[in-house]
Design a protein around this ligand. Structure first.
Ligand code: AMP
Length: 284
């Protein structure tokens, strides 16, 4: 595995990989790798093939965090991540510093202006601008044939797909399923912030998705979104340590809000446990 921290080196190595004629597949992450990330890396290997190149990036992207969010305390574990990537058969690990990606006078941003406005974008106004900017930079540096993202961040994948189309990046966007703990909690670096009591109650996110699936399954007709939202909000309210941010129903492709919820409608939600904000989503 090649371990790279500088721009000229990542450009040179990915150029060599592309000229081999085999696929180059990118997996962008913020590090502190868990089984969810590793499943993305396995998917990338399948797409790249044995002779192709899997590139993983580790970069905690300052500009996608709000001023009161957890950029400073976000878990970083470069040694462990490097070992995990090596074990997983990654070919190139790109772990640039903040100064390499944003040297002094950075003043250009990439903004997706439709899908990025609701849900996560409404709660975290500068978040997606940070995501699309760094992903566009990584796409330019690596120029992969495909890039793999997790369904865990459904809206993020939709925003990146839109950016890829709009800016004519010749890159296939692949979305891999959410990996969960045994009790249903989606794996996330932020789960490490939870106290034992919060961790116990955090299963409520998946409980909400399952309850919504059951409600849709047994409903004789599409359900009014407001009615279902109120019912599901009560599930969250029962957990003493949980504070609901939002529950939304929408079309999985266009992200258009759904007034009526039926089979195939998508649900997404965000819940606070103290300062920790968890998100999840699923198809109903
Ligand atoms: P992050 O390091 O949290 O920015 O995530 C990097 C990539 O891993 C993103 O595409 C996420 O959607 C994906 N990811 C994070 N958690 C999971 C999970 N539990 N299952 C599948 N993919 C995930």
């Amino acid at each position: 595995m090649k371990f790279i921290r500088a721009i000229p080196a990542i450009s040179r190595e990915t150029k060599a990989a592309r000229s081999s004629g085999h696929p180059v597949v990118l997996v962008p992450t913020m590090g502190n790798l868990h089984a969810g990330h590793l499943s993305l890396i396995r998917r990338a290997r399948k797409l790249a093939g044995a002779k192709g190149t899997v590139v993983v990036t580790l970069f905690v992207n300052r500009i996608q965090f709000g001023p009161t969010e957890d950029f400073a305390s976000y878990p970083r574990n470069l040694k462990r991540d490097t070992a995990l990537c090596r074990e997983a058969g990654v070919d190139i690990l790109f772990a640039p510093s903040d100064a390499v990606i944003y040297p002094g006078a950075h003043s250009t941003y990439v903004v997706e202006s439709r899908l990025a406005k609701r849900m996560e974008g409404a709660s975290r106004p500068t978040h997606f601008r940070g995501v699309t900017t760094v992903v566009a930079k990584l796409f330019n540096l690596v120029q992969p044939d495909a890039a793999v993202f997790g369904a865990k961040d459904w809206q993020q994948a939709a925003v990146i797909r839109q950016m890829t189309t709009d800016l004519n990046f010749p890159i296939r966007i692949v979305v891999a399923p959410t990996v969960r703990e045994r009790d249903g909690l989606a794996l996330s670096s932020r789960n490490a912030y939870l106290s034992p009591a919060e961790r116990e109650q955090a299963t409520v996110l998946y409980d909400v998705i399952r309850a919504a699936r059951l409600a849709v399954k047994h409903a004789p007709a599409p359900l009014p979104a407001g009615v279902l939202r109120r019912k599901l909000s009560r599930l969250v309210a029962k957990q003493r340590l949980a504070k609901l941010d939002y529950i939304e129903f929408f079309d999985p492709k266009t992200l258009e809000p759904a007034k009526r919820v039926e089979r195939g409608t998508h649900i997404a939600l965000a819940v606070f446990f103290g300062k920790t904000r968890l998100i999840d989503n699923g198809r109903l």
